[in-house]
Design a protein around this ligand. Sequence first.
Ligand SMILES: [Zn+2]
Length: 251
Amino acid sequence: MSVHARLGSGMSRTRGPHCCCLSAREDRLRQGLCLHSAEGSGGRMMVARGWVVLTLLTVECSGPSYHDSGVGTWFGRDARGAVWGRGPWPEVHPADDVDVVIDQLCPALMLLPGATAGSAGEEYCGAIYSFKGAFHVSWPAPIHASSTSTNKTCIPPSVVRDDRGQISVLADYHSHPWRHSRMSERDRWKSTQRYSYRIQFDTTCTIEKLIPFVFEERPGEVYERRSGRWVLTGRIYEKNTGRIEPVGSTP
Ligand SMILES: [Zn+2]
């Protein structure tokens, strides 16, 4: 959800290389999608890991992109056009401390196709939610505003699906495919806030958290994750514009 780069529509979805040419963890991350495309029936990645390695030695996985393999199974749009995401994403282990989940998220997501590829890359959006006292994340989804969108953007899910039962969404998250890329102004707009807070990170895994306090008088707050702590770095007094005032300054 940044506006740093403007790309033609043909660049908005990154195709991955053959599954057999990837690093070990990247290989595993894509195996679920390759397997899905090979089965054509939405086979669950968690169940399949044990034998998929051998299977992939003979399965050609060069066709579908991450988006094309996952859409309709792990993420997509419903009949009304609302973006949904399915959880849990098995690359992030559930935890009763949400920060433990957040700390796992960026390193895992940066292995996805195009996640670190800058202007030729891909942004991924998802949600952080609770289920039976533990926090989980939905699958990272490269869902854009439209196929002709000129902005490098993804749309956070407004619905999270978890087949196990009732869940509660706490926050959305998204990545930027650049180094040293913080939340954009648009990321901080009051009108784009849907949940209690927003997590964003770049390819260096610098993590920011925005607590917008949309319905409260108090200013919004921006934090950065440093050595396992959230450090307050700015406040947002003008919530419509998202203008950030560094900590220590006055508006
Ligand atoms: Zn953004």
